[in-house]
Design a protein around this ligand. Structure first.
Ligand code: NAD
Ligand code: ZN
Length: 239
């Protein structure tokens, strides 16, 4: 098992699996459907253009669910790792839930956006709107311009993830790269391990099922993140 010191640069990439034990369903768990919706119907710019009502209702459901879930032991273990490493730690998540932030992670990039945020496509303002009134609204208007309909601040398929230059810089520079709860299907996130590996990082995976990019991992721990991660963090810090 990998050992780290306070000087080790560690980048962690998480996916839907880390939030599964909090009660948020993963994407692949249900045959390519996300909460019974085909991805192209709810998670593409074309879907938003053609049928904003369906897309909005889908994301309002995901947003409202955040009031009912709590961070789990895996989210908390990553906070402990960050407390040990300080500036040498970066957490990149593909998740759009807010559980890493609520657990206490600070150096955190939401590469696929955040359910808690809404964005105006006209003036590009971003708003955090998680109060009960906005979570029940049919549409939410922009407070900065006359656009009547904000969109979810989510990276949909065919859109570019956020903060890629910062992500590549950190991944190229890290000593240890850890993937947790991600199936390795969604690019460019799934390709970050290739970058880490080609730059000499030791790559670790923690996942319930073998990810499609399993062979890129130097070390793989199969199981539930909430069960494995607390001990894993304690062990790599102690060694
Ligand atoms: P995915 O659904 O494709 O894969 C999830 C992986 O997690 C699977 O390989 C599965 O074996 C594993 N897993 C399930 N339960 C686990 C557990 N308890 N511990 C460890 N691993 C577990 O997810 P992905 O790779 O993140 O890609 C899906 C896309 O859908 C992402 O881009 C993400 O933005 C989005 N999504 C997000 C959420 C969320 O924010 N919580 C939920 C569903 C989908
Ligand atoms: Zn606006």
């Amino acid at each position: 098992m990998v050992a780290i010191t306070r000087n080790s640069k560690v980048v962690v990439l998480t996916g839907a699996g880390i939030s599964a034990e909090s009660g948020i369903r993963t994407f692949r768990a249900s045959d390519g459907l996300w909460e019974n919706h085909a991805i192209e119907d709810v998670a593409t710019p074309q879907a938003w253009e053609r049928n904003p009502q369906v897309v909005w209702e889908f994301y309002q459901g995901r947003r409202r669910q955040l009031r009912e879930v709590e961070p789990n032991t895996a989210h908390l273990a990553l906070v402990e790792l960050e407390q040990y490493l300080g500036e040498n730690f970066l957490l990149i998540t593909q998740n759009v839930d807010n559980l890493h932030g609520r657990a206490g992670s600070k150096n955190l990039i939401h590469m696929h956006g955040e359910l808690a945020l809404l964005r105006c496509e006209t003036c590009l303002s971003v708003f955090e709107m998680m109060d009960d009134v906005h979570l029940e609204s049919d549409y939410v208007a922009c407070q900065e311009c006359d656009n009547p309909r904000l969109r979810p601040h989510i990276v949909w398929f065919h859109e570019m993830p956020f903060q890629m230059p910062e992500i590549y810089a950190a991944v190229e520079d890290c000593d240890v790269f850890i993937t947790i709860g991600t199936s390795g299907h969604v690019y460019p996130a799934a390709g970050l391990i290739d970058v880490a590996k080609s730059c000499g990082a030791h790559c670790v995976g923690i996942n319930l099922d073998a990810p499609v990019n399993l062979q890129q991992h130097d070390e793989f721990h199969q199981g539930k993140a909430g069960e494995l991660l607390p001990n894993f963090v304690t062990n790599i810090i102690k060694k």
